[in-house]
Write a protein that binds this ligand. Sequence first.
Ligand SMILES: C[S@@+](CC[C@H](N)C(=O)[O-])C[C@H]1O[C@@H](n2cnc3c(N)ncnc32)[C@H](O)[C@@H]1O
Length: 250
Amino acid sequence: MMSASSRMKRARRAWQRHGALGFCRLALRNLTLLLSRQGARHRYVNDPAFDRKYGVDTGGAVEIDEMTAPAWEKEGAVPYEPTPPEMFEFLLDRAEIADPGDLLFVDLGSGKGRTLILACLAGFRRAEGVELGEELHATAADNLDRLAKVGRRLNAVSIRGDARSYQFPREPTVCFLNNPFSADVLAGVVRNIERSLRDRPRDFTVIYYHSNHEEVFGGSSWERIDHGFWNDRSHHYAIYRSKIGRTADE
Ligand SMILES: C[S@@+](CC[C@H](N)C(=O)[O-])C[C@H]1O[C@@H](n2cnc3c(N)ncnc32)[C@H](O)[C@@H]1O
């Protein structure tokens, strides 16, 4: 994000270049763009369609200071907002997963558990989510209970905890990240994944939605198999496959 002083410098340069009237036109255009982007974000975060369809509660945004969790766990955390179901479907498609029935799905920063439900409906063998906020985790658990009560028992679990201390099961895995934390926290999490993969090499794919810190996957352990945008430029993503333990001709 741009700092206040760089913003001021940029505004001053624009004023000098375009004059007062040109500057005002430019500012108005940027404001309209910002409001329409925020409007689009507000619409997808609060879209009630998924919750109505399944009788669950996964919509809305939740700020970090509204969550109950130890202060040190909140370091670098990004507030809750759910993944649009269409985006999830698109990302699975881009990841070219041959048979989800053989795979564990893990969402680090799983919030109210929407992706856990979507992953099970998409045919993953099992889904595990790790969520920092006690209330969000409780809502995720409640959502899974509600589905079980209407005959949709999913093989999914929400775990209240810090993604940094999550022990990955030694199984072929798709790990989902919807911009849950800062680059520093992500780097620690990726080091854990790499350690686990060196210990037991296996198929491991990371789907990184809102991929703000792609540089963390820059080392030799990861192959970026796809990246791009969905719908508009605010929905950016990258998909990585682990190279650890893979031979050159694989
Ligand atoms: C943008 S939301 C994504 C929610 C969900 N994955 C989805 O896509 O629907 C990011 C979530 O990560 C959680 N989070 C942030 N830091 C975390 C950490 N260190 N451990 C576990 N969860 C964390 C936040 O509380 C928030 O619910």
